[in-house]
Every structure is written in structure tokens, then in C-alpha cells.
Design a protein around this ligand. Structure first.
Ligand code: T46
Length: 307
């Protein structure tokens, strides 16, 4: 997955997108002139307009999967809008687009906050934002509300720069660790950890998952007893964790970052980049009886056990 500037080659995607009734009010201007010339003019003027940024969310082979935009870039903030085409939904493109454009907003455009809204009737979108723990906001300035006066019953969200930049100490209660890493001048880095020192168990098994296509999800299970350190030495993988503390996610894209799972935790892994590698150091040998692969059974298990 990657983001790239919108260009004339995206004409057919834009036509498909314009026909979708659920697109954000901010994108309405794009629907005014749906002739090829009209769209070409819009693409050109949007590239020149510094108060807006439109980026295509593309697959590894550059197929256009959606668009993510910042509108009204002013006074340290911007309004976000996103559209992902139906066939690309549930494959991580929306989450990837949101994460990448907010990084750009904070790191490249120097913004302090990004906000957006969605109709509460659009339950698919509300579920998506809530599931990913985006913060709901209530004190939306009048000038912003006015831009959406035609749409009723909106739910507003925001991300602040400070929310983004620091690496969390824990995700769903699982420790996020910095794996010791030694750089070598012009010859890369070497990372290492030792069982019972940097990680709280001795390692009985190492396994790794490779050659996974982009947009694929694996996991969907928990372990009753097994403890593991998960890390991604190459690529980008989203790790979603759920246990008695709730449901949270983290992106593994830095070879020196790992997550230690010690308690019974449901996990889902989404490959954001083709051929990313997930490595796991485990506290025990493979035991099929330690897996809980049924979600309802997992919920019952965590409700009935105490740690
Ligand atoms: C986990 C996540 C992060 C073995 O025979 N030996 C092994 O050591 C492992 C890990 C798996 N297998 C077999 C069992 C299945 O027939 O390999 C096959 C694929 O395993 P699974 O579908 O469980 O793969 P993932 O990616 O869903 O989950 C794996 C681990 O199994 C799991 O413990 O925490 O990675």
C-alpha cells in the first residue's frame, strides 16, 4: 500500500467515486462537472491549490483503491475526507490512508490537528472510526459546522499531533518494547534480544510468516498460556489485539519494535505491505490445544479466568 499524488490516470476511478452517494460533502465540488474535461480541470486545479491535498491510496501494483484528502488546510489544522472503493474495503486501505495522511499533516505540513465528520446514519463508517479508537469531539467551531449545514446528525472526530508521535508503552496492556539495535555505518542495523533478559520468558520456539499478499489478514485466535514476542523485521503489519482491557491496534513497521503478549489476547494481523515478515519468539512448543479459535469461546474464556 502507498499514497501518491492524484493524477490524470485516475480519471476512471474518480468517475466511479463521484457516482457513490455516500461520499463526504467536502467532495461534492468534484461531482459538479462529471465530464472528462471537467474532471481533468479539477485534478489540475486541486494539485495547484495549497489549501487542499488529495492523495490516492494505491495497492502495491499501483491500482487505485481510494482517495484521502485534507481540505481547508489553515491555522494549524485541516479537515480530512476519505473514500475507499467497495472492492477495497475491509483490507486495511482506509486505515492505512488515515494513518499516512495524518503523519504527513503533522510531519510535513506542520499541522497540530486533523478533524473530520461522518453521518451517524453511515453505520459502516462510524463502526470503522470507533473500532480504531479515533476520538470523538464535541466542541466543533461554528465555521466548520457551517460547511456541513446540509447534513444532519454528524459525528465528529479528531487526531492531535501529540496523539500520533509517541510510541505507546503498551497496547491493550501488552508491553511495547524497543529491541536493542546497533547501527553499522553504511551497512544497516543489527537487532537482538535474549530470552529472560529483554523478554520475560525463555524462548522455546521461533517462527516467522512470510510471502503474504497485501491486504490479507491472519490470526483470529488467542492463546490460553503461550507468551510471545511479535516483531516485524521487514515491511508493515497492523496488529490488532483484544483482551479484558479492550481492543487496540499498533503498526509494526520498525525492526526495533516488538510487542510482548503475556495474557490471553485475541490477535489479528493485517498485511499492509506485500511480503512483510512477521517474526515470533514463543515461550513454548507448538500446541494445538493452547489455541482458542472461536471468538465467542475466547470472550467466555477471558470472562471466566482471572490473572
Ligand atoms: C500467533 C500468530 C501471531 C505449526 O505447525 N507450528 C507452529 O509453530 C505454528 C506457529 C503454526 N503451525 C501450523 C498450524 C497451521 O496449520 O501452521 C499453520 C498456520 O498457522 P496459523 O493459521 O495459526 O497461523 P496464523 O498466522 O494465523 O497465527 C500464527 C500462530 O499460529 C499464532 O500462534 O500468535 O501467528
Amino acid at each position: 500500500m502507498h499514497l501518491r499524488r492524484i493524477g490524470l490516470k485516475d480519471l476512471s476511478f474518480i468517475k466511479l467515486w463521484m457516482a457513490d452517494k455516500t461520499i463526504s460533502a467536502l467532495y461534492q465540488q468534484w461531482t459538479r462537472d462529471s465530464s472528462d474535461d471537467g474532471i481533468v480541470n479539477l485534478i489540475k486545479s486541486s494539485i495547484a491549490d495549497t489549501s487542499e491535498l488529495h492523495l490516492i491510496i494505491a495497492s502495491h501494483d499501483d491500482e487505485c483503491m481510494g482517495i484521502v484528502s485534507l481540505f481547508n488546510i489553515e491555522n494549524g489544522s485541516a479537515e480530512l475526507a476519505i473514500y475507499v472503493k467497495p472492492k477495497a474495503r475491509h483490507k486495511g486501505y482506509a486505515w492505512f490512508g488515515m494513518e499516512e495522511i495524518t503523519k504527513k499533516a503533522f510531519n510535513e505540513l506542520g499541522l497540530e490537528s486533523v478533524y473530520w465528520c461522518v453521518s451517524r446514519e453511515n453505520s459502516r463508517a462510524v463502526r470503522f472510526y470507533d473500532k480504531h479508537n479515533y476520538n470523538e469531539i464535541h466542541d466543533v467551531p461554528q465555521i466548520v459546522l457551517k460547511r456541513h449545514s446540509g447534513t444532519k446528525n454528524l459525528k465528529w472526530y479528531s487526531i492531535f499531533k501529540d496523539d500520533e508521535l509517541s510510541l505507546p508503552e503498551r497496547v491493550c496492556g501488552c508491553k511495547v518494547i524497543q529491541i536493542k539495535t546497533i547501527p553499522t555505518a553504511d551497512a544497516g542495523e543489527l537487532s537482538f534480544f535474549e530470552g529472560t533478559k529483554e523478554i520475560p520468558f525463555s524462548i522455546k520456539r521461533i517462527y516467522y510468516i512470510s510471502k503474504v499478499p497485501e491486504g490479507v489478514r491472519r490470526g483470529f485466535h488467542a492463546h490460553k498460556e503461550l507468551k510471545q514476542l511479535l516483531f516485524c523485521p521487514y515491511g508493515r503489519i497492523q496488529l490488532v489485539l483484544e483482551n479484558r482491557r479492550g481492543r487496540e491496534e499498533i503498526e509494526l513497521s520498525d525492526p526495533s519494535i516488538g510487542v510482548i503478549i503475556e495474557e490471553c489476547t485475541w490477535r489479528e494481523m493485517l498485511w499492509l505491505q506485500k511480503d512483510s515478515v512477521l517474526c515470533v519468539a514463543a515461550s513454548d512448543f507448538y500446541d494445538i490445544g493452547d489455541y482458542i479459535r472461536n471468538y465467542d469461546e475466547f470472550k467466555k474464556h477471558i470472562a471466566s479466568t482471572t490473572t
